[in-house]
Design a protein around this ligand. Structure first.
Ligand SMILES: NC(=O)C1=CN([C@@H]2O[C@H](COP(=O)(O)OP(=O)(O)OC[C@H]3O[C@@H](n4cnc5c(N)ncnc54)[C@H](OP(=O)(O)O)[C@@H]3O)[C@@H](O)[C@H]2O)C=CC1
Ligand SMILES: Cc1cn([C@H]2C[C@H](O)[C@@H](COP(=O)(O)OP(=O)(O)O[C@H]3O[C@@H](C)C(=O)[C@@H](O)[C@H]3O)O2)c(=O)[nH]c1=O
Ligand SMILES: [Mg+2]
Length: 303
């Protein structure tokens, strides 16, 4: 059989960058970043898919600037909702499988326990609303798709909370960090590894039962629970242990309620995702969130 053709969009992002090598080893990879394929141009996007004739489309591109989205709403909507709809239409028309990523920000965060795939969505902000519209477009249009719903993603090169804290810890002697929002910091590598495993074991397989099991929406998060405050503490503690020069000491990382940290976009209080469904698919447990932070700090270089 010929090598399967894989199309990756958003190759320059945290998850996209981590996916590149893992997908290249499984087929003939066409990887686009924003410069080679702008998702804001929907006709161009359709052309790019048709030119690549993929058996698998992986969409790691998204508008992820949560606060800016409150004012750049139309663009955010195009990238997060309209572009996934085009991808779903093309996937359906050609029989390609579509992999896409969703977010905890589709929830309002009022549930006291972890969210399952069946819980009702109620986004609090524009980013969450547009991401939910993208999820729905795919679920309504595509037949062969996998959506991984993830949260609190960090990677060495990304614009993320972890890199922000490492930068601030070198500059400031005090930080005030929200301590009443709960979630699980998730490395882009965990997401890319899990994606690659699903591609290998479920999508590029001749076993229809294996493929059927991977269809649909799956939460993905590491084990354990954090707050933004406990996450910041863990980062600074590990950075110090690794000998980074820091101005900030741990006792000056002050816990505050979200009400004391006003932002343009409202964020959910509870971002915990129940991972029972994907653990059954994978056949194993997921690692704790804290362990990969050591590796992250060893390799990250905040600007
Ligand atoms: N980051 C997080 O905390 C979370 C992310 N997710 C989801 O996971 C997926 C991957 O996110 P992640 O890798 O973290 O995000 P990043 O912001 O790191 O990557 C997204 C990529 O999409 C690209 N992009 C943005 N606009 C366009 C456009 N108009 N055309 C083409 N590309 C564009 C960005 O390019 P550029 O760099 O040039 O802007 C960037 O490379 C997304 O679906 C996101 O919604 C879900 C939960 C949490
Ligand atoms: C820098 C800083 C942030 N915070 C708080 C604000 C906020 O509640 C929380 C996180 O802020 P950030 O803006 O870094 O994170 P945010 O951009 O909201 O992260 C989200 O991104 C999108 C793409 C997702 O899909 C989500 O899963 C989530 O990861 O930290 C402080 O309390 N003190 C600080 O000094
Ligand atoms: Mg190859």
């Amino acid at each position: 059989m010929n090598e399967p053709r894989i199309l990756l969009l958003g190759a320059g992002g945290q998850v996209g960058a981590a996916l590149q090598s893992r997908l290249a080893s499984q087929g003939q990879l066409t990887a686009h970043d924003r410069t080679s394929c702008d998702l804001g141009d929907l006709d161009r996007l359709r052309d790019a898919v048709r030119a690549a004739r993929p058996n698998l489309i992986v969409n790691a591109a998204a508008y992820t600037a949560v606060d800016k989205a409150e004012t750049e709403t139309a663009l955010c909507e195009r990238i997060n909702a309209d572009a996934p709809r085009i991808l779903a239409e093309e996937a359906r028309a050609t029989g390609a499988w579509l992999i896409h990523y969703s977010t905890d920000y589709v929830f309002d965060g009022t549930k006291p326990t972890a969210y399952t795939e069946n819980d009702a969505t109620a986004p609090l902000n524009v980013y969450g609303r547009t991401k939910l519209a993208g999820d729905r477009a795919i679920m309504d249009t595509a037949t062969d798709f996998t959506i991984l719903r993830v949260s609190w993603v960090y990677g060495v090169r990304g614009r993320n909370f972890a890199n922000t804290i490492l930068r601030l810890a070198a500059e400031k002697d005090e930080l005030r960090i929200v301590a009443d929002q709960f979630g699980a910091p998730t490395s882009a590598d965990l997401i890319a590894d899990t994606t690659a495993g699903i591609v290998r074991q479920h999508i590029f397989t001749k076993d229809p039962a294996k493929a059927a099991a991977a269809r649909g929406l799956f939460n993905l998060a590491p084990a354990g629970r954090a707050t933004w405050h406990s996450y910041a503490l863990a980062l600074v503690r590990e950075a110090r242990r690794q000998g980074r020069p820091l101005k900030l000491s741990e006792e000056n990382i002050l816990p505050i309620p979200a009400a004391q940290y006003p932002t343009p976009a409202k964020r959910p209080q509870n971002s915990m995702l129940d991972t029972g469904k994907i653990r059954r698919l994978l056949g194993h447990d997921l690692p704790d969130w804290q362990q990969p932070l050591k590796d992250f700090i060893a390799h990250s270089h905040p600007a």
